[in-house]
Design a protein around this ligand. Structure first.
Ligand SMILES: [Zn+2]
Length: 409
């Protein structure tokens, strides 16, 4: 077998001829290559096009062989494409404008998917910003173009980055469990480009949308997806009750300066918010102390628990009856934060009860949210929302990348 053939096989790049293999002074492997096709192709439209002039020598980094780094050398032509104008030709081993081969980019994206910035940079010896650019190209090539087709049940949520100064809104497909869209901001207008992208027909196929109780998303969904049922995320609803409890507690802390009741209330925040089933013995006795010494706070605690439990019912009529009873109790409780919470819940009752029927929550979205927060930290240094969005798609968009390694037998 000719040595150039051996190399071509080892490099694993199709449609490429190896001309010559040399070592650079630094000990890197430099491989002169050219495309197998005789007539050059336009990088923009892939069609054959007449050559215009020749460019200076360019280098592309390929996967290293052991400790030896490997680069491809070629002097690309510029072509005069009748459609696209004068452009550098397409090469079979790399994307336009990339200084890395496809295989190298796949590896970089794969590592960015599974590990953090320090590791990726150390393993590949490239700058983090370069990884960001690679991720954007991989996502553009690999993101499922059908991701917006046949959407039936979706979730919308936001996450903040840059220390809560900036927001991205993202849309997940509940059925296929992946992020399908992301946009900058969290106002009602943020979702308009998503609706435009879907088009009327696909918008009308959407049956349910889980959201939190934000007025902006409610407005956007009512206007953009008017036939879809809004399902309010139960955990956001429960948070309303927890927040009300917190408010009651804080105002009691302010009003009680000393004495047994004040002592009992100390360090109760976590005890009151924790799932009662998970309380330790010490926490349980703390709760008993609150019950004995501070009736209003204990009442607030029971209300919070009762509202959460009403959402546990499986039958909609039971949940509705129970929730209405408990809301009436909250309204009579003389605890102002709960009176207000009851009003909010009543106002959104149909969407809250829709959860009982559909059992859809933003849990998936929130799970993704946690993942995205981790990614945001990892993507620190990716300053543009586009780079961040690409990172979200890379890790939560259902992309399957395979490291360029031998397949196991
Ligand atoms: Zn062209």
């Amino acid at each position: 077998m000719r040595i150039t053939t051996v190399f071509r096989r080892l490099l694993g790049v199709e449609k490429m001829v190896v001309e010559e293999v040399l070592f650079t002074i630094g000990g890197d492997l430099a491989i002169r290559v050219h495309p197998t096709w005789r007539r050059s192709r336009c990088a923009a439209c892939s069609r054959k096009a007449p050559r215009y002039d020749r460019q200076p020598l360019r280098r592309w980094r390929h996967l290293p062989w052991g400790r030896t780094s490997v680069q491809f050398l070629y002097e690309p032509w510029r072509v005069n494409c009748p459609r696209c104008g004068i452009l550098v030709e397409q090469v079979p081993w790399a994307a336009t404008r990339s200084r890395f081969t496809y295989e190298f980019e796949e590896l970089a994206a794969y590592l960015a998917q599974i590990t953090d910035r320090t590791q990726v940079v150390a393993m590949l010896g490239i700058a983090w910003a370069t990884v960001g650019a690679i991720v954007q190209r991989i996502v553009a090539r690999r993101l499922d173009p059908e991701r917006l087709s046949n959407l039936r049940r979706i979730g919308i949520d936001e996450f903040s980055y840059r220390k809560h100064h900036r927001y991205l809104t993202f849309v997940v497909d509940h059925d296929r469990r992946r992020v399908v869209w992301a946009g900058e901001g969290r106002s009602s207008g943020t979702l308009q480009p998503f609706f435009d992208l879907l088009g009327l027909e696909r918008c009308q196929k959407i049956e349910s949308v889980t959201i939190d109780l934000s007025a902006a998303y409610i407005k956007a969904v009512r206007e953009g997806l008017d036939q879809a049922e809004i399902v309010f995320d139960r955990f956001h609803v429960q948070r309303l009750a927890s927040d009300a409890l917190g408010e009651v507690r804080r105002s009691l802390v302010r009003s009680l300066s000393a004495g047994e009741a004040a002592a009992a209330i100390k360090d109760t925040r976590f005890v009151l918010l924790k799932d009662p089933e998970n309380l330790t013995d010490h926490q349980r006795s703390k709760l008993a102390e609150v019950q004995r010494t501070n009736q209003p706070l204990y009442r607030a605690y029971l209300l919070k628990e009762a509202l959460a439990q009403a959402l546990d019912y499986r039958q909609p009529w039971r949940a509705e009856r129970s929730l209405k009873d408990r809301l009436a109790w909250a309204s009579r409780s003389k605890l102002r934060p709960f009176v207000k919470t009851a009003r909010t819940i009543r106002k959104h009752l149909p969407g809250i009860l829709a959860y009982i029927r559909t059992r859809l929550t933003n849990g998936l979205v929130e799970g993704l949210n946690a993942k995205v927060r981790m990614i945001t930290r990892r993507a620190f240094g990716f300053h543009s929302p586009e780079a961040l969005t690409s990172m979200v798609f890379l890790c939560c968009g259902g992309l399957h990348l395979y490291p360029p390694l031998p397949t196991g037998s």
